[in-house]
Design a binder for this molecule. Structure first.
Ligand code: FES
Length: 289
């Protein structure tokens, strides 16, 4: 149902995602660092999810403070409510910024992008209501501020529900390898002859049913899971630079030695394997993450 509701917004959704790309592209390396920060690559998962907790939790607390003030006539709660709403409002601005940064890397013309776009638009409306509530409170009009907060709270609750839908249905901004990393094997398993592995060229091999990307440097081989932790892009088709590989889809960059994230949008490190050369065969053991 949400997909049907969001589908007519596809033009707007695609436009917003493209505009975000156009904003970041000219910023070069500093823009990349800003994106890393907003994606939450440094945190190990989405920064947006953290800020959303503060928005919804803060708005709930303000609602409670307003109700207590109305019932018990404790006027000093007006000030507390305004401060908490200020914090929730700042977090809402951060949530919009982080959300837009994550959003630009969704697949064009996809149901995931449509529904995520609907989620974002609804939460922008909620943020407008929070802004009006805050301004009214700063003007000492706390009763009107309560009603605008209530509107914002109801709207943000719908937005949060839709946000949960895109995470749980589409796996939006979660580790793409969460359910496919496989059980860790203690033994080393041969996957390819060293002689068949080209030097310094990302190469896809199979370890049982798992695709793995290998990079050979002389007699040393590095191994990462083939599918990118961000959204499943093929790492063996990525760009190898020094000891990093950059995914061709949205340019997450991982260290080939251990799968750690160098640049987002990926937040989760890439699954890695121990590799050794034994009697001319490349053997893998793992996975590790
Ligand atoms: S799939 Fe998005 S960066 Fe790899």
């Amino acid at each position: 149902m949400l997909e049907r509701m969001a589908r007519p917004l596809r033009g707007v959704s695609n436009g917003i995602a493209s505009a975000m790309g156009a904003v970041y592209r000219p910023l070069g390396a500093p823009g990349r660092l800003l994106q890393d920060f907003l994606n939450g690559s440094w945190l190990g998962h989405s920064l947006h999810a953290v800020l959303v907790d503060v928005v919804v939790g803060g708005a709930t607390a303000v609602l409670l403070l307003d109700v207590l003030r109305a019932f018990f006539g404790i006027e000093s709660l007006e000030t507390a409510a305004a401060w908490v709403l200020g914090l929730a409002w700042l977090s809402a601005l951060g949530a919009i910024l982080t959300g837009l940064t994550d959003y630009k890397d969704t697949a064009p013309n996809s149901a995931e992008r449509d529904v995520t776009g609907l989620h974002g638009l609804i939460n922008i409306v909620a943020t407008v209501a929070f802004t009006v509530s805050l301004l009214l409170r700063l003007g000492a009009n706390h009763d009107a501020g309560f009603w605008w907060l209530l509107v914002g709270y109801l709207v943000v609750s719908v937005g949060a529900y839709i946000g949960g839908h895109v995470v749980f249905k589409y796996g939006y901004m979660v580790n793409h390898n969460a359910f496919s990393r496989g059980k860790r094997a203690k033994e080393f398993t041969p996957v390819v002859a060293l002689a068949a592995l080209p030097e310094a060229t990302p190469t896809k091999v199979e370890l049982g049913t798992t695709a793995v990307m290998l990079v050979r440097r002389g007699d040393v081989v590095h191994a990462l899971k083939e599918t990118c932790s961000h959204a499943g892009g093929p790492l063996s088709k990525g760009e190898l630079k020094g000891d990093t590989i950059t995914c061709p889809w949205h340019f997450s960059t991982f260290r080939i030695t251990d799968g750690s994230v160098v640049h987002g949008p990926a937040g989760s490190r890439q699954v890695s394997y121990r590799a050794r050369v034994n009697e001319g065969q490349v053997e893998l053991q793992g996975p590790y993450d």
